[in-house]
Design a protein around this ligand. Structure first.
Ligand code: SF4
Ligand code: FES
Length: 250
């Protein structure tokens, strides 16, 4: 395949960016999207030009690093798929592909396609954990029975890889799907109930401090999520938050 790529180039956070055109040829349908980007970068380096900065790590759909807007969609056109697992067979010879960074106030551009998603880390630091007794009297993990249905829902929520596609897809740049998955994975389990009220309040407070927008029930977040995180998690987080707020006022 021969392709035209229109890529957002921005040297740093303060500089203004612009789309630039590139040509790549000999692209095989079995290559991943990131392998195609590697070929472009080899071409640029060989020509003495600055390669395109983009994030990646596992290239297996696990780490959530490969944030990229492809033809206007976070992670591109294939449902339930990260950019690193998107294959070039999804495109046709002669296609023009638009490649941009995830755009949100909470995700400032670092360079080209890389954005700073440390806001997500700060939200997790605000409460996305369970305090553990490490005194030597720690209980076996399986000593507390968990209903199968709840274990499955908690597991589904825990598949969120923190990629930020939900924020990029949302017209309000809301982080509600991400935060609700991280609240739910713990709120559904007995081990997570102990700190549940404090957790949801602290995580929502941090989410607001990071200037993510509010949820207005568009649903694009869940549609574009590579892990199919359900909107039910947002409803659960809202219930958890309401009940924690009422109980802390008593
Ligand atoms: S909810 Fe989905 S889109 Fe959002 S961070 Fe988690 S995996 Fe990515
Ligand atoms: S590089 Fe890890 S999920 Fe894509």
């Amino acid at each position: 395949m021969d392709l035209t790529l229109k890529i957002w180039r921005q040297p740093n956070q303060k500089a203004s960016g612009k789309m630039e055109d590139y040509k790549v040829s000999g692209i095989d349908g079995d290559m991943s999207f990131l392998e195609m980007m590697d070929i472009l970068n080899e071409q640029l380096i060989e020509g003495g030009k600055d390669p395109v900065a983009f994030d990646h790590d596992c290239r297996e759909g696990i780490c959530g690093m490969c944030s990229m807007q492809i033809n206007g969609e976070p992670h591109g056109p294939e449902k339930s798929t990260t950019t690193c697992q998107l294959h070039m067979r999804k495109f046709k010879d002669g296609d023009t592909i638009y490649i941009e960074p995830f755009r949100a106030k909470g995700f400032p551009v670092i360079k080209d396609l890389t954005v700073d998603r440390s806001a997500f880390d700060r939200i997790i630091q605000a409460g996305g954990y369970v305090s553990t007794n490490t005194s030597g009297n720690t209980l076996d993990a399986n000593a507390i029975p968990v209903e199968k249905e709840k274990a499955d829902l908690a597991f589904n929520a825990a598949t969120c890889i923190g990629c930020g596609a939900c924020v990029a897809a949302c017209p309000n740049a809301s982080a509600m799907l991400f935060v609700s998955a991280k609240v739910s994975q713990l709120a559904l389990l007995p081990q997570g109930r102990v700190e549940a009220e404090e957790r949801v309040q602290n995580m929502v407070k941090q989410m607001d401090l990071e200037e993510f927008g509010n949820c207005s029930n568009v649903g694009a977040c869940s549609m574009e999520c590579p892990k199919d995180i359900s909107l039910d998690n947002i409803a659960r987080m809202n219930r958890e938050y309401m009940s924690a707020t009422v109980s802390s006022r008593k």
